[in-house]
Design a protein around this ligand. Structure first.
Ligand SMILES: Cc1cc2nc3c(=O)[nH]c(=O)nc-3n(C[C@H](O)[C@H](O)[C@H](O)COP(=O)(O)OP(=O)(O)OC[C@H]3O[C@@H](n4cnc5c(N)ncnc54)[C@H](O)[C@@H]3O)c2cc1C
Length: 489
């Protein structure tokens, strides 16, 4: 690439939020270029790792038919209308009320029109698969929108085809290094690096859509805490917080929970960073049907505090707090047939007695036996009803098990080794309702926009399934629209 190039809008990243921003900036009449740090086969950051479910408002299955291929058999498919109030209630419930309601309102009110707009740009939608009350019981309904055709990889392919059809270039293996402001404090250029070295692109606007800092151990330690140093990264190794760093360097304000992130208990032998062939098989979320112990043989958390859908983020973090950031999930024969199918991919340790199991796991047998005995003394002789919060609890134990406190006494006993993983970070840049990045005085930094995972304030404590991609598309479209019009303002 030659030196000193000019474009109206530079988009940083080539995932869902970035590609939406590129499309809408181009629609607004701007010349656009996209920078992608990764090689083409790793394009799109975390996007390809998702099932590409989108949560949006609609009036039920008949309303969605116009978005589905003509031959879709919606026969017995049940989907109730999803109102703005439902969406808001679920945002509030998932984030314990801490979501930035102004941002949430934008996401909710613009969700459906953004889905229609993506459809008009060639994104094909399908009925959601594989997320329902049968395999992921939850107090918040999961099956509330549509999925992109061929899941995350399909979404990236369709959006890439759309931007290419508008003659927008994606520069692969090209990363943003820094951003420069002009005399008036406006964005004036971006420094990039590819195999040939450093170049400058002069521009009027930059849209940061380059994900979170989950794959940067140094930032994980700094913002999330030391226990996150060794966390397995479920998604892209390219999301290293470059956008956070560069924006803070030029005076951007932060928003949201920088100490928080999404994660899950995961197989101890999971790859260190995302592997498309394996990522979905690695979570270990049936801990509510047994107990978890650390290397000392002690329980350390309430395994039955709720359905896994609402608790796995916290439980993953609890596991990372243990010695060597790991734990064992222990089940007996009452539970084994209820475990998630994903457990079939592990080689558990099995034994006829708890003491033998402890020996095989390298735990003191006396301590583990005592832990199980104390638990069994309080637990009930019953069958697991895994899709009901059964209220069977061991309230006098510390920590208690609030549901599914059922005796572990039917050998052989089975143990799975687990650790904690990180999916993405919550803390990010402060934006307004038009995706403009704000400075510390809450004034927009002229020409700087952000969308997707890099935006802070939307998720706290937990995420809302299928809302991550949705907010990336909503703010990506808005960022592109406004950045694309900037030269005309
Ligand atoms: C395993 C997994 C499952 C998930 N499931 C869901 C789900 O079901 N529903 C949902 O809504 N969300 C889900 N998510 C979250 C979802 O992936 C993110 O919300 C979404 O992908 C964020 O999109 P984005 O466009 O902001 O960032 P990304 O899609 O992560 O894209 C960031 C882009 O920026 C690039 N980049 C980074 N630094 C630079 C730089 N310096 N210069 C140039 N480019 C750079 C990256 O290479 C990448 O292309 C899941 C995430 C994971 C990991």
């Amino acid at each position: 690439m030659g030196k000193n190039i000019d474009f109206d809008v530079v988009i940083v990243g080539a995932g869902n939020a970035a590609l939406c921003a590129a499309l809408s900036a181009s629609e607004a009449g701007a010349s656009v270029i996209i920078l992608e740090k990764a090689p083409k086969h790793f394009q799109g950051g975390n996007c390809p790792y998702t099932g590409a479910g989108f949560r949006f408002t609609h009036n039920g299955i008949n309303d969605l038919k116009a978005l589905l291929p003509e031959n879709t058999d919606t026969g017995d498919f049940q989907m109730a209308p999803y109102t703005e109030q439902d969406f808001l209630d679920h945002f509030i419930e998932a984030t314990h009320g801490d979501t930035d309601q102004e941002l949430a309102d934008v996401v909710i009110s613009k969700s459906r029109e953004t889905i229609n707009w993506m459809h008009s740009n060639g994104v094909r939608w399908e009925l959601p698969i594989n997320i329902n009350l049968e395999n992921a019981p939850s107090v918040i309904p999961n099956q509330v929108g549509l999925s992109a055709h061929e899941s995350g990889p399909g979404l990236v392919r369709m959006l890439t085809k759309a931007v290419e059809s508008k003659s927008i270039t994606i520069l692969y293996e090209t990363k943003m290094v820094s951003i420069d402001k002009g005399d008036l404090g406006q964005i004036k250029s971006i420094k990039i690096q590819d195999r040939d070295g450093i170049n400058i692109i002069h521009c009027k606007a930059v849209v940061l859509a380059c994900g979170g800092f989950e794959a940067n151990p140094e930032m994980r330690i700094k913002y999330l805490g030391t226990k996150w140093e060794t966390a397995k990264v479920r998604g892209s190794k390219y999301n290293t917080g470059d956008g956070h760093r560069v924006a803070l360097d030029i005076g951007a304000a932060t928003n949201g929970q920088w100490t928080g992130c999404h994660g899950t208990p995961i197989d101890l032998d999971a790859p260190t960073t995302g592997d498309l062939a394996l990522t979905d098989a690695m979570p270990r979320r049936s801990y509510n049907l047994g107990i978890m112990v650390n290397l000392d043989g002690n329980r350390f958390t309430d395994e039955g505090i709720g359905f896994a859908e609402q608790t796995f983020v916290q439980i993953g973090s609890d596991i990372l707090s243990q010695k060597r950031n790991m734990a064992f999930q222990i089940f007996d024969q009452r539970a084994v047939n209820h475990l998630e199918d994903r457990y079939g991919g592990s080689n558990p340790v099995s034994a006829q007695s708890i003491e033998q199991l402890a020996d095989l796991l390298g735990i003191n047998p006396t301590v583990l036996k005592s832990t199980v005995d104390k638990f069994n003394l309080e637990a009930e002789d019953a069958d697991y009803l895994s899709r009901t919060l059964d209220g069977r609890s061991t309230l006098s134990l510390y920590p208690a098990k609030s549901n599914w406190a059922i005796k572990i006494d039917k050998p052989p006993f089975i143990a799975y080794s687990v650790t904690g993983s990180i999916t993405y970070t919550y803390g990010g840049l402060k934006i307004d309702e038009n995706a403009r990045v704000l400075d510390m005085e809450d004034n927009p930094i002229t020409g700087l926009y952000a969308a997707g995972e890099i935006v802070g304030g939307i998720f706290y404590h937990n995420s809302l399934r299928a809302a991550g991609l949705m907010h990336g598309s909503v703010f990506g479209k808005l960022a592109g629209q406004h950045a694309g019009r900037l030269e005309n303002q």
